[in-house]
Design a protein around this ligand. Structure first.
Ligand code: HEC
Length: 125
């Protein structure tokens, strides 16, 4: 009787160990972004601002920071929301990437633009 109980305990212990050992956490992967090609030229005015114009300024035109209208967008973003050369440390990139609070307004191509612009030094060009 005692032996059976022990065996049962042993078996359930093994089972529990096996079950918990096989459990693993799902971490939402951040898609790896390859560094842009050297010499990548991206223009804030010609490439990034049009994205703000079409997707963001319906809300970000004054009362909600950052103001992304053309005349003030650069100074609103840099340095408050952008760390030049470091997209993943930049709030602008992080809110736009998958899982970010503004991701639903950002296509993959637009996110790529933002990434490349920041990576290339977030110039006011
Ligand atoms: C429908 C309205 C709306 C649109 C469109 C919108 N935003 Fe926002 N955005 C907001 C609101 C509201 C907040 C403030 C959210 C908060 O503080 O929780 C915000 C906050 C932000 C912030 C600041 C986050 C912070 O940490 O303070 C950034 C940067 C931003 N938006 C960028 C963008 C960009 C880039 C776009 C265009 C792709 C965009 N937003 C489109 C409404 C919008």
């Amino acid at each position: 009787m005692k032996k059976r109980l022990l065996r049962l305990l042993f078996l359930s212990g093994t089972l529990l160990t096996l079950l918990t050992a096989c459990e693993y956490d799902f971490i939402t992967p951040t898609p790896p972004v390859p560094p842009p090609p050297p010499g990548d030229t991206i223009s804030f005015v010609q490439d990034v601002q049009p994205f703000f114009n079409s997707k963001c300024i319906s809300c970000h035109k004054g009362s909600i920071a950052p103001n992304l209208t053309a005349s003030v967008s650069y100074s609103e973003l840099v340095p408050a929301f952008v760390v030049a050369g470091n997209p993943s440390a930049s709030e602008l990139y992080n809110v736009c990437k998958p899982g970010g609070i503004m991701s639903s307004y950002t296509s993959e191509a637009e996110l790529d633009l933002v990434y490349r612009w920041i990576y290339a030094g977030a110039k006011n060009n």
